[in-house]
Design a protein around this ligand. Structure first.
Ligand SMILES: [Zn+2]
Length: 254
C-alpha cells in the first residue's frame, strides 16, 4: 500500500496487516547531459513501487533531495547537509513507528546519502524505536551489472544508471547527448594524488558530470537490472516480515 493514497481512516484499518515500511530516498542532482536531474529518486521510487502492492508493506512518499553538495557546480543540483538528511529520515521513520510499524527498508537511490542513512538507522535501532535496513538498489545486483557490461557499476550517470532510466522513464533520456556524456566522463570516481583523495567535487574529475560509460546503456539491460533489484528488495521484505522486531534489536537490549 502507498500511505499517501490512503485517508487517515482507511490507512488506520489497513495498518493492521502492515509489517514493513518502505522509504524511498534519492537526490536531485546533475547526471550529465543525457539523464534527468531526478534520476536517483526516480529509480528508488520505481524499485520501491514494484513491491508496494503487498498488504504487508506500507510505502511512504519519496524523499527526493539528498546529500549532493559535491555536484553543486552543475545547474539544477539541490542538496541538504548530511545531519539534516539523517534527522529527516530518522523523524519520518519514528513517525511510522508511533503508528505501529517499526521495521523498515530505506530504499536508496543515491550513494551520497548512504552515510547519513546508516547513522539514522543505527540511532533508531540503538534507541529501540525502529529497525531500518539501509538498502541501495545498485548494490544488490548480484553481479548482473558485471555480466552485462564487463564490470560492476561504480560510476555516476554511467551504463547502469542510463539503462535504469531508459527502462523506467525512457522519455527523459536525451539519447543524442550520450556521446557527449561519455566523452567528458571520468573512468572512475574521484581523484587521487599520491594516495590523497583530492576529488572533493565531481567537477574536479569529470567534465560532463558522468563517470563510466553511458553509451553502453540500453533499455533491455535496464529491464534486467530492475528485475534483479526488485527481486532482492522483495526477498529482504520477506525476511523482515518473518523476523520479530525484538530479534532485530542489539544484543543485550532485549
Ligand atoms: Zn545517480
Amino acid at each position: 500500500m502507498h500511505l499517501a493514497r490512503h485517508t487517515t481512516t482507511t490507512l488506520g484499518e489497513s495498518l493492521d496487516s502492515a509489517e514493513v515500511v518502505l522509504l524511498p530516498t534519492g537526490s536531485v542532482e546533475q547526471h550529465g547531459p543525457a539523464l534527468p536531474l531526478g534520476t536517483d529518486f526516480m529509480a528508488a521510487e520505481a524499485v520501491a513501487d514494484a513491491v508496494a502492492d503487498r498488504d504487508d508493506v506500507v510505502c511512504l512518499p519519496t524523499l527526493p533531495v539528498g546529500v549532493s553538495e559535491h555536484h553543486r557546480q552543475f545547474d539544477g543540483t539541490l542538496w541538504t547537509d548530511p545531519e539534516t538528511f539523517e534527522n529527516y529520515v530518522s523523524d519520518v521513520l519514528s513517525s511510522m513507528a508511533s503508528h505501529g510499524v517499526r521495521k523498515a527498508v530505506i530504499v536508496n537511490g543515491h550513494g551520497g546519502n548512504t552515510d547519513a542513512i546508516t547513522r539514522a538507522a543505527r540511532r533508531l535501532r540503538r534507541e529501540e524505536t525502529a529497525f531500518a535496513a539501509p538498502w541501495n538498489w545498485w548494490s544488490n545486483l548480484e553481479g548482473l551489472d558485471a555480466e552485462l557490461f564487463g564490470q560492476a557499476g561504480i560510476g555516476h550517470a554511467d551504463e547502469v544508471e542510463t539503462s535504469m532510466v531508459m527502462h523506467i522513464q525512457g522519455d527523459l533520456v536525451r539519447e543524442e547527448n550520450l556521446e557527449d556524456a561519455e566523452d567528458g566522463a571520468a573512468d572512475s570516481w574521484g581523484k587521487s594524488v599520491h594516495g590523497a583523495n583530492v576529488g572533493f567535487d565531481t567537477a574536479d574529475f569529470s567534465e560532463s558530470g558522468a563517470v563510466g560509460h553511458p553509451t553502453s546503456g540500453s533499455p533491455g539491460a535496464g529491464k534486467q537490472l530492475f528485475a534483479k533489484a526488485t527481486d532482492e528488495l522483495d526477498a529482504l521484505v520477506d525476511w523482515l516480515c518473518e523476523t520479530q522486531f525484538e530479534a532485530l534489536l542489539p544484543e543485550g537490549h532485549r
